[in-house]
Design a protein around this ligand. Sequence first.
Ligand code: SF4
Length: 363
Amino acid sequence: MTSKEITLFRKNLLTWFETHCRQLPWRETEDPYRIWVSEVMLQQTQVKKVQEYYEKFVCRFPDVESLAQAALQDLLKTWEGLGYYARARNLHKAAQVVVEDLAGEIPADYAAFRKLPGVGEYIAAAVQSIAFNQPYAVVDGNVKRVLARVFLINSPINQSASTKLFQQKADLLLDHTTPGIFNQAMMELGATVCRPQAPTCIVCPVNTVCRAFQTVRQEEFPVRQKPKPLPEYDMVAAVIHKGNRVLITQRKLEGLLGGLWEFPGGKIQVKETPEQACVRAIREETNLLVKPVEYLTRVKHAYTHFKIVLDVFHCNYQSGKVALNEAVDYRWITTGQIDQFPFPRSNHKFIPLLTQGKEEINE
Ligand code: SF4
């Protein structure tokens, strides 16, 4: 692309964004904390979903101090359903570093900000450019798609080896006078015009310099490496009844769904029936002897790297004292108390089936 074309690209994109940017709550603020929260939420999640959570979150934790002081469980409860919970845990840790080591000031410096827990290249570039007008180009999925089409980039969009190339192209286009607005405009163009299917090129502000449009090859880009099929695991979960209480356990704080609560269970092993797996897994994970007495339901759920098919049983407590293996905490609660705890989505798929105040099940 010639320097004249780059100038035209910037001018046309910024002019378009002035009149076409969507009104989003995090665009109404200049507060670096709120911009940071919104970008962390947006990193793996659609705008529509983030809109449901952002206001609730900044209302509950209005500044970096309140977030730093929050109990992790309150934070996870507020984040519940948004997924990728490591984002929330890292944001929490980063807020504590900002308060304890940086006098509550979010660094207006890329390198210093990048050192905070959970702050990768995307978050650092987004927050530094939008909140502090620093010249760092953002590269997310939407931006990659625009770049792949504008420059006819053949490298697969979903391969880490391509990251450097996409970053170079984004750096080349970045407008250094208004980097924050430019970055938002690029993301907006990808989200609303240069969409994955049927991009609306005819109204696109950069179509005069887009190689894909000029050669009618929009549908060929971006190139994608075919993902491997996800492995699928058969699992069981137990709703263990003891009197009018049921047992829930808390996952360890690090790793997948860290810190969330769940109904205990485990994988079904070869040659085991789901009932046998249920008894064995509960013995291994909680040291309790239980008896499956009623099949509740089957739920299916897909995570980023695998899928599960989960058979859920009502079980009666038989004997034993809780001693945890993987989990870090447990509670015997009434079903009416379930909504006080953050649960993963797979559990929310069957929680509505648990009747209010269910007593010990008759065998
Ligand atoms: Fe995307 Fe079409 Fe615009 Fe090119 S002209 S950037 S393919 S919407």
